[in-house]
Design a protein around this ligand. Structure first.
Ligand SMILES: *[C@@H]1O[C@H](CO)[C@@H](O)[C@H](O)[C@H]1NC(C)=O
Ligand SMILES: *[C@@H]1O[C@H](CO)[C@@H](O)[C@H](O)[C@H]1NC(C)=O
Ligand SMILES: *[C@@H]1O[C@H](CO)[C@@H](O)[C@H](O)[C@H]1NC(C)=O
Ligand SMILES: *[C@@H]1O[C@H](CO)[C@@H](O)[C@H](O)[C@H]1NC(C)=O
Ligand SMILES: *[C@@H]1O[C@H](CO)[C@@H](O)[C@H](O)[C@H]1NC(C)=O
Ligand SMILES: *[C@@H]1O[C@H](CO)[C@@H](O)[C@H](O)[C@H]1NC(C)=O
Length: 442
């Protein structure tokens, strides 16, 4: 079950003999991940945010310059005085997306972190990501904080978040990983909303969570490739039978208008290890006229289609656009110096090596994202979660998940090598940190 060493090699090898587990996991992952919705949020109107995060970029304090005494002082103030923190400390430790790179940092263990929700408390979590409910025995993976080098990320505050979203629609668009991020955000805010002030409306592709008091929605829309494919609503398990219309996005994009905050992603569906059957234009032979393109080539065409739609249809004065970079997969334990590991199954701690980048994050795809976004007219804020998530070999759903709508049986669970899902993340978990960063951008 070994993958070849280089990232680009990984795809080829998968095509050759290694695709079985990948396809399997993908099938597990994909079949169950179907529902999407869209959400829109609001941006810049909240004075809270602006004043705090942007007022004094020059005052950003480097973590490394602080000593233990200061840390302690700060912790105690944070603990006792949440409000004070807002008025006094945020200026000093301000996170400014323009100046702070979220990519450089480290995961710090903190046993006193209290996740804002659990898979028992939050009614909006899918069983697929409810790892504790599904029997995951270890809990350490929930107590890590991403600490960036140059700045301090503001803690996630549900009330501040809802205020930022007041009167707005926030829509997540993409695949099951994006859906996880959507669920994470909903669960992080929902506990402070009284029962009769919140609702959820689930559709096949589009799901809307509403916070009535705030007149805000957090929505998800399912479009795993962003562009149209024959595997959108009715998922086709076999990647070889999927055909993408790489120049068409309208069918999905009609759901993306009138939204205040749009957050897109697309990655893992391109990584089946096979070439992507792609067609474009309108020819009499229709879908039969597809060409088989290498994933990064087809990905570039699709992302440009998306970018053109954004540039033509989004008024940047009204709508903010975000793109979440690829969520790493952890199929090859040799990547993190555990050649005897079983994919991610045996991992209970992050792999800390600085700058670690596994074969489950295709650099060619990342380059396409950078290049396409750089040329866009509408500014797109990149939520670059790839580096931070690369370390989290411990945080996937593994066998504590479901397949085809059913929890894994004990027998399936025992076959960890084939049945560990090393794509999706347990919730609460890593996507909570993505949202902490996301909300710090608003
Ligand atoms: C740490 O900072 C405090 C307050 O700024 C100062 O009093 C103390 O001497 C510093 N300690 C070290 C070891 O630098
Ligand atoms: C650990 O988490 C607690 C609770 O969120 C927080 O008050 C404290 O500041 C954290 N400690 C460190 C060292 O970040
Ligand atoms: C609620 O938010 C929508 C935008 O999502 C806006 O059009 C509408 O006017 C708002 N309603 C109230 C009562 O503020
Ligand atoms: C956005 O606002 C700026 C400044 O008010 C204005 O110059 C620009 O034309 C607006 N753009 C659009 C697309 O409305
Ligand atoms: C992985 O975990 C299983 C079950 O806990 C254990 O039996 C096995 O020895 C572990 N393997 C490695 C390589 O750590
Ligand atoms: C995301 O961060 C990585 C480094 O961690 C960098 O190589 C990559 O170019 C960044 N991607 C984008 C789209 O900015």
């Amino acid at each position: 079950m070994s993958f070849p060493p280089s990232a680009s090699g990984a795809m080829k090898a998968v095509r050759g003999k290694l695709h079985f587990p990948v396809i399997m996991v993908c099938a597990i992952a994909f079949i169950s991940l179907l529902y999407a919705e869209r959400t829109s949020i609001i941006l810049s109107s909240n004075p809270f945010f602006k004043i705090k995060s942007c007022s004094k970029p020059e005052a950003i304090t480097k973590n490394k310059n602080r000593n233990a005494t200061e840390d302690k002082l700060r912790d105690s103030i944070l603990d006792d005085r949440d409000n004070l923190r807002d008025s006094i400390l945020d200026d000093r430790f301000a996170f400014n997306p323009e100046e702070c790179s979220v990519e450089n940092g480290e995961w710090v263990f903190n046993r006193s972190i209290k996740p804002l929700y659990s898979d028992r408390s939050c009614p909006y979590l899918d069983r697929q990501v409810s790892c504790v409910k599904n029997g995951r025995p270890d809990s350490g993976y929930r107590y890590w904080q991403w600490q960036i080098e140059d700045c301090t990320l503001p803690r996630f505050d549900p009330e501040v978040t809802l205020k930022k979203l007041r009167g707005k629609r926030l829509l997540f668009v993409g695949d099951s990983l994006q859906r996880g991020q959507w669920q994470s955000l909903v669960c992080m805010v929902e506990s402070i909303i009284p029962e009769n002030q919140k609702s959820i409306q689930r559709g096949r592709s589009h799901t809307v969570f509403r916070a009535k008091e705030y007149n805000a929605t957090i929505e998800f829309y399912w479009a795993p490739f962003l562009v149209e494919s024959n595997s959108d609503e009715h998922i086709i398990g076999n990647p070889r039978e999927r055909i993408l219309k790489v120049d068409s996005v309208a069918k999905h994009a009609k759901y993306w208008t009138g939204v205040d905050i749009l957050a897109f992603n697309t990655y893992v569906w391109w990584m089946s290890g096979y070439t992507i059957k792609s067609y474009w234009g309108s020819f009499p032979n229709g879908e039969e006229g597809y060409e088989e393109l290498d994933a990064p080539v087809a990905y570039r065409m699709a992302l440009k289609t998306w970018a053109n739609w954004v540039d033509l249809n989004i008024n940047p004065n009204k709508t903010r656009v975000f793109f979440t970079t690829m969520s790493p997969t952890h199929m090859r334990s040799a990547d993190w110096e555990n050649p005897d590991g079983m994919k991610c199954f045996n991992e209970t701690k992050p792999y800390m090596k600085k700058g670690f980048w596994g074969t489950g994050s295709d650099k060619r795809v990342m380059r396409v994202v950078s290049e396409v976004i750089r040329k866009m007219k509408v500014p797109v804020s990149v939520l670059n979660v790839t580096q931070m998530s690369n370390h989290r070999v411990d945080a996937h759903t593994k066998v504590y998940t479901e397949t085809g709508g059913n929890l894994l049986t004990d027998e399936q669970k025992a076959d960890v090598l084939h049945n560990s899902d090393c794509i999706h993340w347990c919730l609460p978990g890593v996507p909570d940190a993505w949202n902490q960063i996301f909300m710090a951008h608003l």
